[in-house]
Design a protein around this ligand. Structure first.
Ligand code: IPM
Ligand code: MG
Length: 361
């Protein structure tokens, strides 16, 4: 029987509430499929700062290094806002991405037909949306040097971040994007700001070059400001999108609106030998501790873990189908509540989905 070791890093806020529900689902999958998961918990983010003074303690790093995959909750919160930049909870996540070379971040955004009215956008706009944002995750403004703040001679201050990409970094994420597009509707939109930025000109050149190896995928280029508009005006025109780190951060939050709620969106960060899976939503301090957070993004992230790290695509499909079935039965967490549906808390939603997954084996 195969044993897979999974590093579990719930982090802060609702990360602590939704990750246990994802583990509940993986427990049911283990039983049904005859797989053994070994879950080991580690500290990250604010929780780790409180316990050790560091957002990513050495123990956690070693745990991740010795695991097949990382299941991550969320980090940050107002409690740690005063902490200096380099030690903020978010640093723990950024270091994990960099140390494990997780350069390709897959963020699917799909409008579930049942939730079409949960989006603040018109039904006629969002209906049929099914897109995937591939965000470069280890380059650009997030990591470029020089960075920092300096005092000027006249007493004023100056701060700088650097958006830098090598052709190699662009090439490898472009290849992931073309591969993903190939598994989808074979259309890839590369998003940049090539009318202004040198980095974007290189981006466009390299992506165009890579496209020669993928003649079956239709590539087009779009400027990021135009893409921001098109995403909410004509989202169904998109299939796969590839873009640099900061643009991808912003566009993927925008795309979340298309799915009705951020609480529905999973993600996978791939590249190195150990991948990381996390819900796109953050720690949601406003609702943390109330037991009302939507665990579906975390549960769908666990499904991505099954698919991409453990080659258990069939089991991933069962989890995804179970989520749909529970929605069909009319259960909703507060963020996706509609008239005529039954309100469920975090744990109840997890239990309902677990029961459906169990019934599929
Ligand atoms: C995300 C988040 C992170 C990011 C934060 C928490 C550092 O917004 O995963 O999109 O900016 O990448
Ligand atoms: Mg973000």
């Amino acid at each position: 029987m195969a044993t897979h070791k999974i590093a579990v890093l719930p982090g802060d806020g609702i990360g602590q509430e939704v990750i246990p529900e994802a583990l509940r689902i993986l427990g049911v999958v283990a039983k049904g499929s005859g797989t053994t998961f070994e879950f080991e918990q580690g500290l990250v983010g604010g929780a780790a700062i409180d316990a050790t003074g560091e957002p990513l303690p050495g123990d956690t790093l070693r745990l991740c290094e010795s695991s097949h995959a990382i299941l991550f909750g969320a980090v940050g919160g107002p409690r740690w806002d005063h902490v200096p930049q380099e030690r903020r909870p978010e640093r723990g996540l950024l270091r994990l991405r960099k140390d494990f070379d997780l350069y390709a971040n897959l963020r699917p955004a799909k409008c579930f037909p049942l939730l079409v009215d949960a989006s603040p956008l018109k039904r006629s706009v969002v209906e049929g949306t099914d897109l995937m944002v591939i965000r470069e995750l280890t380059g650009g403004l997030y990591f470029g040097e020089p960075r920092g703040t300096e005092k000027m001679a006249d007493g004023s201050a100056r701060a700088v971040n650097t958006m830098a990409y090598t052709s190699r970094e662009i090439d490898r994420v472009a290849r992931v994007a073309f591969d993903v597009a190939r598994q989808r509707r074979r259309r890839l939109t590369s998003v940049d700001k090539a009318n202004v930025l040198a980095v974007s000109q290189l981006w466009r050149e390299v992506v165009t070059e890579v496209a020669r190896d993928y003649p079956d995928v239709q590539l087009d280029h779009m400027l990021v400001d135009n893409c921001a508009m098109a995403l909410v005006a004509r989202p169904t025109q998109f299939d796969t999108i590839v873009t640099e780190n900061t643009f991808g951060d912003i566009l993927s939050d925008e795309a979340a609106i298309l799915a009705g709620s951020m609480g529905m969106l999973p993600s996978a960060s791939l590249g190195g030998k150990t991948a990381l899976y996390e819900p796109v939503h953050g720690t949601a301090p406003d609702i943390a501790g109330q037991g009302i957070a939507n665990p579906i993004a975390a549960i769908l992230s666990a499904a991505m873990l099954l698919r991409y790290s453990l080659n258990m695509g069939g089991d991933a499909e069962k989890v995804e189908a179970a989520v749909l079935r529970v929605l069909e039965k009319g259960y909703r967490t507060a963020d996706i509540r509609q008239e005529g549906t039954t309100l469920a808390g975090t744990v109840q939603m997890g239990e309902l989905i677990a029961r459906e997954v169990g019934a599929m084996y």
